[in-house]
Design a protein around this ligand. Structure first.
Ligand code: PGA
Length: 235
């Protein structure tokens, strides 16, 4: 199974900066063997359309990802981006429940369940972010038929953007807690992942979410190169 490397730009980059990033990144990874690694990128909503066109035109090995999605279908929900709004853009994943959404936008586990439903209705795979203090609450609210369609991403608050990445043993233990509820779901780790520490996580997780370190295209291409190397070594 391929390891997933997901770059999350959060609210960084203008449309033109995001385009430069993609052009640079694709040049840097040209020729890399990606048989065992999947690259996904989550730019701002405003870049989704141009990214979609770029990826299709160049047949680029990048899975387009939304950072968030409306909890509601198309309709009178001012300011929200619904599944219908992004129809046809070939988006594969939708991040839901990122701790920054909970912290700054008041999202709850109930909202996250609705977002999971919307993502699945739009034929996207939800990537459900969580920290351990609300994992149980969140997971119990997700209807069983949706559970194995979700990818779970352990993102400890203390590790996000701090340089204090979680220990591999901790990640392993949390993976086991998720598996008790949803044994077939893929499991990612996110929180201060860089090209220096990515290898450790790929041994215990199905992939990583990368925030700050993904903002520089060359740095991220290095991370992909490191990840590709380690995945081949451990095959
Ligand atoms: P970070 O962010 O890599 O900057 O720690 C990770 C995330 O929030 O997904």
């Amino acid at each position: 199974m391929k390891k997933l490397l997901l770059a999350n730009f959060k609210s960084n980059k203008s449309i033109s900066e995001a385009n430069v990033w993609m052009d640079t990144f694709l040049k840097k990874i040209a020729g890399t063997n990606l048989d065992l690694v999947e690259i996904a990128v989550a730019p701002s909503f405003l870049s989704l359309e141009e990214y979609s066109v770029k990826i299709a035109d160049r047949n680029a090995p990048v899975s387009l990802t939304m950072q968030n999605i409306s909890a509601y279908p198309a309709g009178s929900y001012t300011g929200a981006v619904s599944v219908q709004n992004v129809q046809g853009l070939q988006i594969k994943y939708a991040i839901v429940g990122h701790s920054e959404r909970r912290r700054y936008f008041g999202e709850t586990s109930d909202h996250v369940v609705k977002k999971i439903e919307q993502a699945i209705a739009g034929e996207m795979t939800p990537i459900v972010c969580f920290d351990t203090d609300y994992l149980e609450e969140q997971i119990k609210k997700i209807p069983t038929e949706y559970l194995e369609k979700c990818i779970f991403a352990y993102e400890p608050l203390a590790a996000i953007g701090s340089g204090n990445n979680a220990s591999v043993d901790e990640v392993k233990a949390v993976r086991e807690s998720v598996a008790k509820h949803s044994p077939d779901s893929l499991f990612l780790y996110g929180g201060s992942v860089t090209d220096k520490n990515v290898s450790e996580y790929l041994i215990v997780a199905d992939g990583v979410l990368v925030g700050s370190f993904s903002l520089d295209a060359t740095g991220y291409a290095n991370l992909v190169a490191t990840a590709t190397g380690i995945v081949y070594q451990t095959q």
